[in-house]
Design a protein around this ligand. Sequence first.
Ligand SMILES: Cc1ncc(C[n+]2csc(CCOP(=O)(O)OP(=O)(O)O)c2C)c(N)n1
Ligand SMILES: [Mg+2]
Length: 380
Amino acid sequence: MPKTQTRQKTSIKADKNSGNGTYAAETKTSGKTDEQLSDTVDPKQAQAEYEKRKKTQRALIKETGKEKLVKMLYQMVLGRRFEEKCAEVYRIGKIGGFCHLYIGQEAVGVGAMTALREDDLVITAYRNHVQAMVKGIPPEEVLAELYGKMGGCVKGKGGSMHMFDAERAFYGGHGIVGGQIGVGTGMAFATKYQGTDKVTLCFFGEAAVNQGMFHESLNMAQLWKLPIIYICENNQYGMGTSQTRAMSISSVAKKADAYGIANEFVDGMDVLAVREATLKAIDRARKESLPTLLEIRCYRYMGHSMSDPGKYRMSDEIKKYQERDPIVLFRESLTEAKIISDKDYEEVEARAKEAVEKALKFAEESSLPDEKELFTDVYA
Ligand SMILES: Cc1ncc(C[n+]2csc(CCOP(=O)(O)OP(=O)(O)O)c2C)c(N)n1
Ligand SMILES: [Mg+2]
């Protein structure tokens, strides 16, 4: 055997934590073959898997507890009603610029983020209103931001795509597809460098996976053993292009195998499945300082943005996915487990509606930024 090969092998064995030569076997990657990987797209098959999973989810329901579960349900319903209101006021010209809604994807943001600790970090793309609220930014501040008003979380200067709140560890809101993957990787590096046990959660769409930034970041994250969870919200479309027309290998999760990163495919219509997968990934990040890639398969009901004419898909396809609506499924799971009654659900709906009305009043009444704001918080 040539000398160089011997040397490389030695360094893998000698220094497990240096970042050199960490292999899949050490990091519990999927280890699944193409045929075994369950990247179920067909809603019927996904529903059958969900029905089976319901039994094992009872344990998760029990350990999560009623208070937390109802809070998760509330956040999903609030997200839905909030985005519906955004669509309504956008159409009458109250909101300017781009506006990307999260309707249909609520289980991803809520399932993943409610598994975090309050001081954990989150970074995401432009479809960010609901995630901002789950991280604790009040609905008033999110809607006022959409209105471009002073009461917004970034004083009206960010708009729909750039929610941000450093105190709540919500680092945006990014419009450049895949840009946040590099920034998020840097955030995870910083928390490790500072000696904390904080975890970073980095969301992006499946179209971002075709960017070099995704591959460069995953490579570094495993090399440097960073405490980060990459969440690919695979809603199956990048603007108007279906994933099947743009990606050579349809499984996003499997791409992590190339970097020796643990990965999992998750049903994004099932908030409990999202929670369970994220909890495992958080454990891996916090205790072992290792990254994970979760591919969470979901579907967006609305257009890519409010200006999308939607000519690239049939309405039947949307209906097919709506039959597995994440809020309906979660309500069903909680009702069957006797956690909530119909009356409890109605209360959740009423509270969410009230919160949206309060946010609307706040956004309407908030003032426009003063001209001098053009020169505050500007770094370049
Ligand atoms: C670097 C870059 N290229 C192109 C665009 C234009 N663009 C905006 S959104 C988008 C599609 C992104 O789709 P995906 O990542 O799947 O996220 P989704 O909108 O589905 O949430 C594209 C191509 C951009 N913003 N940035
Ligand atoms: Mg997408």
